[in-house]
Design a protein around this ligand. Sequence first.
Ligand code: PLP
Length: 358
Amino acid sequence: MSRYATWHQRLVRIAEMGRTRALRTIAPTGPTTGRLEGRDVIIACSNDYLGLAWHPDVRAAATGAGSGGSRLISGSRPTHEQLEHALEDWLGRPALLFPSGYQANLAVFSTVCTADQSVASDAANHASIIDGLRLGRAQRTVVPHADAAAIPADTQLIVTEGLFSMDGDLPPLTDYPSGPWLAVDEAHAIGCLGPGGRGAAAAAGVTPDIRIGTFGKAFGASGAFVEGPPELKQLLVNAGRSFIFTTAPPEPVAAMALAGLRAATDELRERLMSNAHTLRVGLGQLGWPVLGDAHILPVVVGDRALDLSEQLLSRGVFAPAIRYPTVPVGTERIRLTASAAHTSTQLDRILDAFGPHH
Ligand SMILES: Cc1ncc(COP(=O)(O)O)c(C=O)c1O
C-alpha cells in the first residue's frame, strides 16, 4: 500500500462528491484582463475592486526587504509603523497590522473572549472568523444570516462581516443591541463603502468595538489590520498567537498597502458603484437572479454554476463557480464582482456572455 493511500482515498471521496477544487493560473495583462489557458479573458471575479493592484504608485511602492522575523523579535519596521499611523489618522483608533485577513481574524476571535463569554456569529461569516472562534474557548452561537432579532440576550460579542463576501449584502448594523461588543470584518467594504471608504459600519454611522480591514482587496496589495480601542491592540500584541508567532509583512507589501490606501479616491469608488449598478441592472434585464446590495453580485444558479462558468469562459469572461462548502448546497453561484477598472465595453461583454436567462 502506498505511503499516501489515505490521502489519496480522501481525494477520491471529494471527487466522488463532485467537489474537487483545482488551481487555474491566470496571467494578468491589465487590471481587468488576463490570459487563461491560452485565451484572453475579462476578469469578473477579482476583489481588486478599485483596480489599485495595477496603480502605478502601488506597484512603484514595492521596495524594501523581507522583515526577517516576527514584529516582537526582529521584524518591526518603520514602514509598519507608518502604515499603522496612517490607519489611525484615517479611522481614529490604534491599528495593528497582520500578514493576512485570515491571520487577523484568527488572532481577534481566538483572543478577545474568554471561556465564560458568549459570541453570536452570523451564519454567513467567513471561514477565518469561524476558525478563529473555534480556536478560542468562548461559547458560540451561529445566528441566522443578517437577523438582529436572533442575537441571544446574554451575548458578549456580535461578529459580522461589513459586506458579506458570498451574498454581497449588508448586515443590519443599526438593529444590533448596543450592549455587546461589535466586531465588523470590513474585508470587502473597506476602501469601497462609507464616507472616504471607511467601510460599511461607518456608512451606517456605527463605530464597532473591533474593525478588521484587508489590504488585499480594494487597496490592491496584501495583508490586513485590526483597529479599535488601545486595549485591543495591546491585547493582540500580547496574546494574539497569529500575530506573535508569524513573520511580519515584508516591507514592500506594507509599502504597497500604504500606497493603496492613499490611491483610493472617491472618484474610483463612484466608478465602482456605477459599474456595479450597470451589471446589476443588465443582469436583471436578462432575467438572472442577482443577490446583494453593492459591488459583489452573486448570481445563484445551484448545480448549474459550473456549466455557467464554463459558458462564460468560452465567451471570454472569467468568473468561476462558487460551490459547497464555501456556500450551502443548492446555492452554488457565480460570484461576479465589479471593478472601477472595468470599461463600459467590458461590462457589455460580461452581460453578453451571460446572455438571456432561460
Ligand atoms: C470576509 C473576509 N474576511 C477575511 C478574509 C481573509 O482575508 P485575506 O485574504 O487577507 O487572508 C476574506 C477573504 O479573503 C474575507 O472574505
